[in-house]
Design a protein around this ligand. Structure first.
Ligand code: ARG
Length: 467
């Protein structure tokens, strides 16, 4: 078919220009929302008497039938869209024209591809955000359920990558739960700004036809209509906002991936990843590598890159629509695809992971991560914390020289450093007791963690009802 805009041109477009300007390879995935948006537009055109009702009904029927054709072609693995098409909007109109003839030409009344593509992107992203939130929720559910099983499992909590104080595995896992919770909430919040209808802005200035934009918004489930047509066709804030939320989310995933990589080294040995989610080496027969975790860590670069790309694209762009904006979808889809696959693979990898709880508690033996509790005990018996810190430091130094842990000392040995120690200290320095003692709100003690988990369960429910 000739172009949507052939009339004023005397010469054919250079093939290289066609290839350079085409976006069908990227925006073809918008086919469904493009049709849905067109149906709402043409229904309104009919209701407003801008085109006749029978014409509007015929076009709607045609669009629905194009929709079915594309769906069944895709299901059968048949190529539907022509490689030489300019973009998905012209391609859908071509398919519609093939189906119903010249009346298809009325579809684009009072509309431009400028407000059309902005509408399509928002419709698409709205669904995708809900899908990302579901992916997050699956991961969060795994975190909660696994945390519930490990409220008594202790491992070294680290600061500066040095053993600091014991924490429970539940507490460690729940730390990630809250990161992903903030990510999910950020996405929910962004829906407010995504879910605004640009259609009706036409090319840039609005239109002289008596549109009912509110009706289209209701039909498509948009919460409001855009207030300024120039803004509506050139705004891609929602793309940047999504990619920025996605970048934060990927950053959280990368921290988790990094810890899994670290934990699966022989030096740590805290986790064993399943054969089904690890890979081997072409030369070293013994290898079992955490490639999935490494790739999640690596793919963060794509999403940061997409965010930078989108910001750069928009910088200093004059009003209103400019073709530069076509590039936004490359970034948006790259971000979306990476987020989906990374979340799914992280959950898959975790679901089959084996946590070696013996290795975790074993790592606490003689590691002095109970030193704070020794000092705290002296404080309870009346010593200032500074003094207690000094005394405990001397005990640690003694232990290092004697090659023993604090928990190996007898009461008599401890009392040589301070007469304030009593019998009860021996139980207090055991790793599980050290962890249990941290009952402050948000702390690692089992009681506090169980409260945390109960809150998490509530919060997760609240997100589901929103989505
Ligand atoms: N493929 C274009 C895009 O994604 C659609 C809008 C084209 N508009 C135009 N005036 N050339 O931005």
């Amino acid at each position: 078919m000739s172009k949507l805009w052939g009339g004023r041109f005397e010469k054919e477009t250079d093939r290289a220009v066609e290839i350079f300007t085409a976006s069908i390879g990227v925006d073809e995935r918008l086919w469904q929302v493009d049709i849905v948006g067109s149906i709402a537009h043409v229904r309104m055109l009919g209701q407003q008497g801008i085109i006749s009702l029978p014409e509007s009904q015929e076009i709607i029927r045609g669009l629905k039938s194009v929709q079915e054709d594309i769906a069944s072609d895709l299901a059968a693995g048949k190529v539907t869209f022509r490689a030489e098409a300019e973009d998905i909007h012209s391609e859908v109109e071509r398919l519609l024209t093939e189906k119903i003839g010249p009346v298809a030409g009325k579809l684009h009344t009072a509309r431009s591809r400028n407000d059309q593509v902005a509408t399509d992107s928002r419709l698409y992203l709205r669904d995708q955000v809900a899908a990302v939130q579901k992916d997050i929720l699956v991961l969060q559910n795994w975190l909660i359920t696994t945390a519930e099983k490990h409220t008594e499992t202790v491992l070294p909590g680290l600061t500066h990558m040095q053993h600091a104080q014991p924490v429970s595995l539940a507490h460690h896992l729940m730390a990630y739960f809250w990161m992903f919770q903030r990510d999910a909430e950020r996405f929910t919040d962004s829906l407010k700004r995504i879910n605004v209808l640009p259609l009706g802005s036409a090319a840039l200035a609005g239109t002289s036809f008596p549109l009912d934009r509110e009706a289209v918004a209701r039909d498509l489930g948009f919460a409001s209509v855009s207030e300024n047509s120039l803004d509506a066709v050139s705004d891609r804030d929602f793309v940047v906002e999504f990619l920025s939320g996605a970048s934060l989310m990927m950053m959280h995933l990368s921290r988790m991936a990094e810890e899994l990589i670290l934990w699966s080294t022989p030096e740590f040995g805290f986790v064993r990843l399943d054969d089904s989610v690890t890979t081997g080496s072409s030369i070293m027969p013994q290898k079992k590598n955490p490639d999935v975790a490494e790739l999640i860590r690596g793919k963060v670069g794509r999403v940061y890159g997409a965010l930078m790309g989108a910001l750069t694209l928009l910088k200093a762009l004059p009003l209103a629509y400019n073709r530069d904006l076509q590039e936004d979808k490359t970034f948006l889809f790259e971000g979306l695809d990476t987020v989906h696959s990374s979340l799914k693979l992280m959950t898959l990898m975790l679901s089959s992971a084996y946590f070696d709880t013996e290795r975790m508690s074993g790592a606490l033996k003689g590691d002095f991560s109970n030193a704070t509790d020794l000092a705290d005990d002296l404080v309870v018996h009346g010593m200032t914390f500074r003094q207690a810190h000094e005394v405990t430091g001397r005990i640690v130094r003694f232990c290092i020289e004697a090659n023993v842990g604090i928990e190996d000392l007898s009461l008599a040995e401890l009392q040589q450093f301070s007469p304030l120690f009593t019998d009860s200290i021996l139980a207090k320095v055991k790793p599980v007791a050290v962890m249990q003692a941290r009952t402050s709100a948000g702390g690692t003690g089992t009681k506090a963690v169980l409260e945390q988990i109960a809150k998490a369960r509530k919060v997760v429910k609240a997100v589901v009802t929103l989505a």
